[in-house]
Design a protein around this ligand. Structure first.
Ligand SMILES: C[S@@+](CC[C@H](N)C(=O)[O-])C[C@H]1O[C@@H](n2cnc3c(N)ncnc32)[C@H](O)[C@@H]1O
Length: 316
């Protein structure tokens, strides 16, 4: 199948409205190449690797790229896109060069074009996540590598909520711990747990696609013998007593099973929660304490909160 690559040269302020126009025209995704990205100073507490190549960016302004299938409607679709973009001038949106170019790409090029945007990322002191197609060589001997294919359940494993969970696992997981991963998504936290020394992990997700993806990723990372992946609603009908329960799920969902987590955990066990927005921080803390937990730590990355709670030795 043939595709047309639509390149729109514009400005930073026009990214959002033009992206909407392109989505409405039927493109499944938009690539944003913003010249300013080359100059942003990024926080890199763990020396994250950002390998931006200036050649991938326009000399000035922003380049948006979208892919449309070549069919008999293409000419009409492109005219509508041009018209809708020009209409933005009525709202005083600066369109900069406002140049559009079209070029044909074949299926194969299109399918791999997005891969250059994914690079190995060091997300904690020990853990680096790398896309499966990269031949990444560890920088130090104690570096732990997780191979993940972006595009599968819950992205690349580099979302702040995942990073917060992983950093907590890195600090609190002891060798031979038994771990439950609630809402495992791609399985990234289960894989990290095994690499960090967990004896076994039980990974649950409600979504069948996530379950399949986690099964595949545990195989790719050669930890499938230690990780049991199952479709399950939270901790319903689970009768395992772990040292750690990790759950990167929204606050509303955490608050549906904090008591189950407390009952299942071994004394001294940890409940690592993440995916909590600022506004829900106090509510989640209160409810964890009501369930009997002691709060060990509250951490933040960007707008996201992670709360680490401990079940006391003597249950209340
Ligand atoms: C934010 S993602 C986290 C994925 C992964 N743990 C990570 O950190 O990258 C939350 C996951 O929870 C799953 N989920 C939502 N509700 C659930 C439920 N009731 N039971 C089990 N999993 C659930 C979703 O399908 C999704 O995969």
């Amino acid at each position: 199948m043939k595709w047309t690559e639509l390149c729109i040269y514009t400005t930073n302020e026009a990214i959002e409205p033009i992206s909407n126009i392109i989505h409405e025209a039927g493109a499944s995704g938009v690539v944003i190449e913003d010249q300013q990205d080359l100059f942003i100073e990024r926080e890199a507490p763990f020396g994250e690797i950002y390998e931006l190549n200036p050649e991938d960016y326009p000399e000035e302004g922003v380049r948006l790229k979208a892919y449309l299938p070549v069919n008999s409607f293409l000419g009409e679709t492109v005219s509508e896109i041009k018209q809708a973009i020009n209409n933005l001038l009525l709202y005083d949106i600066d369109l900069g060069m406002n140049k559009i170019t079209l070029s044909e790409v074949n299926e194969e090029e299109w399918a791999t074009a997005w891969k250059k945007y994914y690079k190995p990322v060091k997300i904690s002191e020990k853990i680096t996540i790398t896309p499966t197609w990269e031949d990444y060589q560890p920088v130090s001997t104690d570096e732990l590598i997780i191979e993940l294919d972006p595009g599968m359940a819950f992205g690349t494993g580099t979302h702040p909520t995942t990073v917060l969970s992983m950093q907590a696992l890195e600090r609190f997981l002891d060798k031979d711990d038994l771990v439950i991963d609630v809402g495992c998504g791609s399985g990234v936290l289960s894989i990290a747990s095994v690499l960090l020394g967990a004896r076994n992990v039980y990974a649950y997700d409600l979504d069948e696609v996530a379950v399949q993806s986690a099964k595949l990723n545990t195989k790719v990372n050669k930890v499938d013998k230690q990780v049991v992946v199952k479709q399950n609603n939270l901790l319903n009908n689970v009768d395992i007593h772990p040292d750690i329960i990790v759950a990167n799920i929204l606050a509303e969902i955490i608050l549906r099973f904090e008591r189950d987590a407390y009952h299942l955990l071994k004394p001294d066990g940890l409940f690592i929660t993440s995916g909590i927005i600022q506004a829900k921080k106090q509510l989640v803390k209160d409810r964890l304490m009501e369930a009997g937990f002691d709060i060990v730590e509250v951490n933040q990355m960007e707008d996201w909160i992670s709360i680490i709670a401990k079940k006391p030795k003597e249950s209340r």
